[in-house]
Every structure is written in C-alpha cells, then in structure tokens.
Design a protein around this ligand. Structure first.
Ligand code: SAM
Length: 167
C-alpha cells in the first residue's frame, strides 16, 4: 500500500513543481496544433524544441507532418513518461528529455515552441537570448514574451494567439 502512496505523492509533487516552475499542464488542443503547424512553417532540416512538451502530442504531430527533428523538454516526470510512450507507440522519432527547460542545452534548436506562463518567459528570456543562434524562430502560445517584438502575431477571433519571434 505504501508504494501506492509513494507514487501518488511523487506524481502530485512533480505536477505541482512543474506548475510553479513554468506552467500547469494545459495541452494545446487539436485546433491549436493545426494552427501551430501552419504558423511554424517547419522544414525537414529544422530542429524543433518544445519547452514543456506535456504529453508530446504537438511535437509528434509536427515531426510526423514535416519530417524534422523534435526534442521535447518536460519537467513533470509522469508527462515525460507519457510523451516518451507516445513516441514509441506512434514510432515517431522524437527525443524526450525529463529536464527543466531553464537548465538544459537549447543550442541545437532552429525552432522553439513554448506554452508557459509569462513569469516563466521572464526567466527563460535571457537563457534563450544567450543560447539560441541568430535566425532561430521562437513561437509562444497565448502569452507574448515580455519586451520582445514579434515578427508575426497569428490571431483568430475568440482564439488564443501565436507570437512568432526571430532571434
Ligand atoms: C501549458 S502546458 C503546455 C503543454 C504542451 N506544450 C502543449 O502545448 O500541449 C505547460 C507544460 O510545461 C511543463 N513545464 C512547466 N515548467 C517547465 C520547465 N521549467 N521546464 C520544462 N517543462 C516545464 C508543464 O509540466 C506542462 O506540461
């Protein structure tokens, strides 16, 4: 019985810690994923990093559609496990890292997608500025990155916006 409680509290702690570190898990819905696929304009030689990849649904869709490389960074281990299982079940070759987006190497990325809280963007902004190469595309969903000027805002009536930035 104690094993059950141990796992239960480990899951709760992991979700709680990820929620205060960046954002709670709120997956991008199917319609949002389709919009992302249009907005991102990914190419086969792109390396898409998703900071807080949740259950991996967006990343798997993007890699399946465009044949690019995909790396998902997820802080909540139960979600990282689900995302990893998704890549195995779908046989879509996406790399899932159980890690904090603030403490992982992002330098391979050519496109970065994130759907986190504005406070998390404040902490991530200097890291992105330091580690991403010029020309890297950064796409945020729902909230803009404070003090950055987007090159494109994809807004639809009654829907959340995608903000596209170019480093
Ligand atoms: C709003 S959800 C978005 C999930 C996914 N990107 C999507 O669009 O479906 C935010 C995700 O970021 C994760 N997260 C929060 N802080 C993080 C951090 N510092 N590093 C990595 N992942 C983080 C949460 O666990 C959660 O899964």
């Amino acid at each position: 019985m104690w094993i059950f409680w141990l796992i239960f509290f480990a899951v709760i702690f992991s979700f709680g810690y990820a929620s205060i570190s960046g954002a709670p898990w709120v997956p991008t819905r199917k319609y949002g994923i389709n919009r992302f696929l249009k907005v991102a304009k990914l190419k086969k030689d792109d390396v898409l990093f998703e900071l807080g990849c949740g259950d991996g649904r967006l990343l798997v869709s993007a890699v399946r559609e465009f044949g690019c490389r995909g790396v998902g960074i997820e802080l909540a281990w139960p979600l990282a496990v689900i995302a990893w299982l998704r890549t195995k079940i779908t046989k879509v070759p996406v790399v899932i890292r159980w890690a904090d987006a603030r403490h992982t190497s992002l330098k391979e990325a050519t496109v970065v997608y994130m759907f986190l809280m504005p406070d998390a963007y404040l902490k991530l902004r200097p890291i992105l500025e330091k580690s991403l190469s010029p020309g890297t595309k950064v796409i945020s969903y729902v909230w803009p990155v404070p003090e950055w000027t987007p090159v494109l805002v994809d807004k639809e009536p009654q829907k959340e916006a995608f903000y596209v930035y170019q480093m």
